[in-house]
Design a binder for this molecule. Structure first.
Ligand SMILES: Cc1cc2nc3c(=O)[nH]c(=O)nc-3n(C[C@H](O)[C@H](O)[C@H](O)COP(=O)(O)OP(=O)(O)OC[C@H]3O[C@@H](n4cnc5c(N)ncnc54)[C@H](O)[C@@H]3O)c2cc1C
Length: 389
């Protein structure tokens, strides 16, 4: 078997890349280790930057997103029981769109299937070979049989725990990491949200977030110690704790109900560089992780793919390697800004267990400055709606 580009992983990065390349006549195969339904069942991100939406539309998967996505022109940040609105639209001219990662994935899978481009689900033991040569190959097993395919390039879109980054010798990769001593306990519920826009809450009991996936489906998060388990949190316990952290107006609007999903996600900042090794390129969570406070994970995966797809198209159309040679540097310049923003939002809004009195005073000063300063609000808004690429 032979193709032009092998993509490992059918998360948003892999599926979006596959479609953008397909539109330019470049052949791809996607190898995914999990079953399709498992990939579709993962509840994750839900805030899309306009640049991400533009790429999804370019890939031909934006019809439902345009109809069902909720446009948010701002967000609210609550401190000391008082909410302060950050006006994205007024400050930057841009908005964000609320549309679940699960729906993005489903739409991209549908257009890929409609155009007949191949995806192999349940591809196990994926191995990348001869990646420093002119003709790399990828091997895997499925249904008890072994397969191999030759290609021009391999793109690792296989998330933080995938095989692609691990293929690169440790001596050729520099990694940077920060782990946080708390996680986000998330709950998904078939009830309307408490507010038109997201509410980020800095509370003395810990951070909380009122988010949503649609007008009828809400997503709530609570900061909790990393050692806790989602199974130990009954729905009643979750609602009780959330109620303690919200202001009275939000509590009066809160519609509780049985959770349809509940999970605990650790918070981590991570970057591996460079994002290229021979003919292997990394994109999305395979190369970097951000804490979800800035809503940047999925959007960064999309911006990597935007830069890389153009570089690959340029390579096939004009025989120029310039875009591929500069991919890592260009992508990382944007990634580090999003890392900084996500880290800053995390510091600003969470109860940091080992924070000193000095740290806490700085956090309060940061919040008070934000609420009073148009310049500070503009900086937050500019980063939240997404920096250019
Ligand atoms: C629990 C959780 C909650 C999150 N919440 C938010 C949020 O609220 N906001 C936000 O912005 N971001 C959030 N994120 C981050 C966001 O979901 C990710 O940044 C985004 O999914 C990255 O897309 P990706 O395609 O790079 O990786 P992934 O979505 O991880 O996709 C990688 C794919 O590769 C497959 N794979 C892995 N290993 C192999 C292998 N060896 N062979 C073949 N296939 C393989 C996986 O099964 C998966 O389908 C969350 C992440 C998690 C884990």
């Amino acid at each position: 078997m032979r193709t032009q580009v092998v993509i490992i992983g059918s998360g948003p990065a892999g599926l979006l890349l596959g479609q953008l390349l397909h539109k330019s006549g470049i052949d791809t195969i996607i190898l995914e280790q999990k079953p399709k339904d498992y990939v579709l069942g993962r509840i994750r991100a839900g805030v899309l930057e306009q640049g991400t939406v533009a790429l999804i539309e370019e890939a031909g998967a934006g019809v439902r997103l345009r109809h069902e996505g909720l446009i948010h022109d701002g967000t609210e940040i609550e401190f000391g029981g008082i909410r302060h609105r950050i006006d994205f639209k007024g400050l930057t001219g841009k908005s964000v769109i609320i549309y679940g990662q699960t729906e993005v994935t489903r739409d991209l899978m549908d257009v890929r299937e409609a155009c007949g481009a191949p995806t192999v689900y349940e591809a196990l033991d994926v191995g990348i070979h001869d990646i420093e040569s002119e003709s790399p190959s990828v091997r895997w097993s499925a249904d008890g049989k072994k397969f191999a395919i030759d290609c021009d390039y391999v793109v690792g879109c296989d998330g933080f725990h995938g095989v692609s980054r691990q293929t690169i010798p440790a001596t050729r990769l520099q990694t940077y990491e920060r782990a946080y001593p708390f996680g986000w306990l998330g709950i998904l519920v078939e009830k309307p949200p408490v507010s038109e826009e997201l509410i980020y809450v800095n509370h003395e009991r810990g951070f909380a977030l009122c988010s949503m996936r649609s007008r009828t489906r809400s997503r709530y998060y609570l900061q909790c110690p990393i050692e806790e388990h989602a199974e130990d949190w009954t729905d009643d316990r979750f609602w009780e704790e959330l109620t303690r952290r919200l202001d009275p107006q939000a509590v009066s609007k809160l519609q509780t109900g049985p959770s349809i999903e509940k999970s605990l996600a650790p918070l981590r900042s991570f970057v591996a560089e460079p994002m290229r090794f021979g003919r292997l390129f990394l994109a999305g969570d395979a190369a970097h992780i951000v804490p979800p406070t800035g809503a940047k994970g999925l959007n960064l995966a999309a911006s990597d793919v935007g830069i890389l797809s153009r570089a690959l198209i340029e390579r096939y159309k004009t025989n120029s390697d310039a875009g591929l040679d500069s991919y890592s540097q260009r992508a990382l310049a944007r990634i580090w800004k999003a890392e900084r923003f996500s880290w800053q939002m995390t510091q600003l809004l969470h109860l940091v267990p080992d924070a000193s009195g000095f740290d806490r005073k700085l956090q309060v000063a940061g919040l008070e400055y934000l609420f009073k300063s148009t310049a500070a609000q503009t900086a937050l808004a500019e980063n939240y709606v997404g920096l250019p690429y």
